[in-house]
Write a protein that binds this ligand. Structure first.
Ligand SMILES: Nc1nc2c(ncn2[C@@H]2O[C@H](COP(=O)(O)OP(=O)(O)OP(=O)(O)O)[C@@H](O)[C@H]2O)c(=O)[nH]1
Ligand SMILES: [Mg+2]
Length: 672
């Protein structure tokens, strides 16, 4: 498999009638103009494919495109798959309109390799030839073909062909094979049906590889089917890679429901969208500035539709300028970041009128929500994505930073169109470099997300102290709401702050370490009285009405100070009506441990009897012990929870901390 093949795609480009198909015929012996109409009119209408044998490189593919302006749409569909262009210019005609337009399209497609075939040299003088070469140098200056070799050739006499072929091989050698990692995806180029085999779909895969038997999904229809037969460059094979000419036999598909521009992809990976963000570059040839939301024809892969262009930075774009835009399509497209797009439009003041290429760029993301202009975060994020295209590890790190919440390996791989096997080592590396953290739950979260959340948490705690000097700290739900963080991130960030001693947790509230609430003399007195009352009451605490009778203070004052005592961790709110002193809870835990020493489980009744209190107190108490994972409930029975088990296995002597709840909590808070 793959031996004797290099997965790069050659392509032709250039003005109509300049000898593209004739050159392909010389190179491959193949006639690519196969349609009846093509033969009659003597010109190329649709794409033609031919395998080409290059010495050391083995077989590579060639796509032959039409030069006529009416078929630019087909040209763009072919150009998306090209790695190396044979840029054809006839020496008699010289530079013509589609010479320029094809050059613009190829540049917008991000092409980097190529050579120039100066054809029809048999028809011109030496003088004319050097004149055209000089024109070409001017045209190509500053483009990716600036220093590409110019090869004079005649497709009729064969003059210059050997030199052309040598140089083509040299350029092909310098062009690395396409990366076939990543998720398999191919833009449908052609579809037809063969008797006995069924639907055949052809194209040049943009990424990944496909094997016989693979399941594929067609987008946007979401039909699925398996690959029964596979051909590469017209030969049966078991695998095809990105950058090769492939024909897939998918008998489960109805060929009448498949069109050029649809996408075949590993199932469940891509969602068709009607909006995508991109970096748009406008050509200098655009006659006047374009206004926000202008309309244009969009070409991406083999697909074409109309689109509006919502500008995300300024409200108009000058010729030659670039900016981040959101494209809003007439039809759903199955795009991936990195896809190149080309815009064509019929601009009123354009020379000659008619559709012309006006710009293009790269798809950066498919948010599928309307983005608004002048949002620094959006622009920054898009710029980061633009930087990360083609750098998978950076892309993954970006995804985590943008997501602002932990993601699992599977989520990360899916959202970035990377295979899990490829994502894993990259995440390992990012984790090792501490650019990304690995949480207890096995998710990944970006370091900057945690750092910024840690900053927010400490600032919120400080601010809480500043505005509530009489209170002991801020509860977890209040803090969580104030920083508006994902719960898992919050857990991770607060644990780091606690470990670093930058905040404290007393079991009830977060505070600055060493924070002492500043409360008034009256409050202090009420607190003392209340605490004493609850300490003495043990498992049978006073109800709120009873408190009113026992403490000479207003209900508001009592309320406030009860809250203070709860925040300090001295009292614990078991349910709406029941508050108990921590010492009572601690001794209840001791009782539970004693019961567990006798039998593996106990009932609520056993517990109540052991405490010798009514259900009114025993039930909220045992429910609370369940909540703090001291006990575990199953039916009527309680078995030891993790917290109880810690004490049961603790060495002798550890029991001395029982009853000294406050100190243990202060120094070793079990995390919220
Ligand atoms: N004399 C001469 N004629 C050529 C040469 N190359 C091509 N031709 C002729 O020019 C005509 C057009 O050639 P094609 O190869 O079909 O041109 P093309 O660029 O593929 O045209 P489109 O695909 O329609 O854009 C044909 O009649 C060819 O025989 C050449 O090097 N010398
Ligand atoms: Mg042709």
């Amino acid at each position: 498999v793959n031996s004797g093949r290099k997965n790069i795609m050659l392509g032709t480009a250039g003005h109509v009638d300049h000898g593209k198909s004739a050159l392909v015929r010389l190179l491959t012996g193949c006639e690519t103009d196969t349609l009846e109409e093509e033969k009659q009119r003597g010109l190329t209408i649709d794409l033609g494919f031919a395998p080409c044998k290059l010495g050391e490189e083995g077989i590579v593919g060639i796509v032959d495109v039409p030069g006529h302006v009416d078929f630019i749409r087909n040209m763009v569909a072919g150009a998306h798959g090209i790695d190396l262009v044979m840029f054809v210019v006839a020496a008699d005609d010289g530079i013509m309109p589609q010479t320029l337009e094809h050059l613009q399209i190829l540049s917008l497609m991000g092409l980097r390799h190529g050579l120039i075939a100066l054809t029809k040299i048999d028809l011109v003088s030496e003088v004319r030839r050097s004149e055209v070469v000089a024109d070409l140098k001017r045209l190509l200056g500053g483009t990716f073909l600036e220093s590409a070799p110019v090869c004079p050739v005649s497709n009729v006499t064969g003059d210059g062909y050997d030199n052309f072929f040598d140089i083509l091989q040299r350029v092909a050698r310098s062009c690395g094979g396409r990366d076939a990692n990543g998720i398999f995806r191919v833009y449908v180029e052609d579809v037809f049906s063969i008797r006995g085999a069924g639907t055949i779909i052809t194209g040049i895969p943009s990424s990944g590889s496909v094997r016989l038997g693979d399941a594929l999904e067609l987008l946007p229809t979401r039909a699925t089917g398996r690959v029964r037969q596979l051909q590469v460059y017209g030969k049966q094979d078991s695998e095809a890679r990105a950058g090769e000419c492939v024909a897939l036999n998918l008998p489960e598909f109805d060929h009448t429901a498949v069109r050029r521009g649809m996408v075949l992809c590993a199932p469940g990976i891509l969602d068709p969208v009607t909006m995508a963000e991109g970096e748009l570059h406008l050509l200098n040839s655009v006659p006047a500035p374009l206004k926000d939301y202008f309309e244009a024809h969009l070409h991406v892969g083999t697909a074409a539709t109309t689109t509006h262009v919502a500008m995300l930075d300024t409200t108009q774009m000058a010729p030659g300028s670039s900016q981040m835009v959101q494209l809003r399509f007439a039809d759903p497209l199955a795009l991936a970041p990195g896809d190149r797009f080309v815009l064509r439009a019929n601009l009123p003041s354009q020379a000659g009128g008619g559709l012309a290429t006006i710009g293009g760029g790269r798809i950066l993301s498919t948010t599928n929500t309307r983005l608004r202009r002048h949002k620094p975060w959006t622009l920054e994020t898009l710029a980061r994505r633009a930087d990360a295209i083609g750098k998978t590890e950076t892309w993954l790190a970006n995804l985590l930073r943008e997501g602002a919440r932990p993601l699992t390996l599977a989520q990360i791989a899916r959202q970035s169109l990377v295979r899990i096997d490829d994502a894993q080592p990259m995440l390992d590396r990012l984790t090792k470099e501490q650019r990304v953290y690995h949480t207890e739950n096995g998710s990944y979260v970006h370091r900057e997300v945690i750092d910024s959340l840690m900053g927010k948490i400490s600032a919120t705690v400080e601010q809480f102290h500043a505005t509530n000097p009489q209170r002991n700290g801020i509860s977890k739900p209040d803090l969580l709401q104030a920083v508006r963080a994902d719960e898992e991130c919050f857990g991770f960030a607060s644990r780091r702050l606690l470990d670093a001693g930058r905040i404290a947790w007393n079991g009830t509230v977060f505070s600055r370490p060493g924070w002492v609430a500043r409360i008034s003399g009256t409050d202090e007195q009420v607190c003392e009285t209340l605490e004493g009352l609850f300490r003495n009451a043990g498992w049978t605490p006073p109800s709120l009405p009873e408190l009113g009778a026992k403490v000479s203070a207003s209900p508001g004052l009592i309320d406030r100070n009860l809250r203070l005592l709860v925040e300090r961790g001295l009292l614990i709110q078991l349910d709406e009506k029941t508050i108990m002193h921590t010492s009572a809870i601690e001794s209840a835990k001791t009782i539970a441990l004693r019961l567990f020493a006798r039998a593996p489980s106990f009932t609520t009744m056993d517990f109540r009897d052991a405490l010798n209190v009514s259900r009114k107190y025993a039930v909220p108490l045992i429910d609370y012990l369940d909540r703090v994972r001291f006990t575990v409930r199953s039916g009527h029975n309680r078995t030891p929870g993790v917290e109880a088990r810690k004490r049961m296995t603790a060495p002798a002597g550890a029991s001395s901390i029982i009853g000294a709840n406050r100190t243990t909590k202060a120094t070793n808070p079990s995390h919220p």
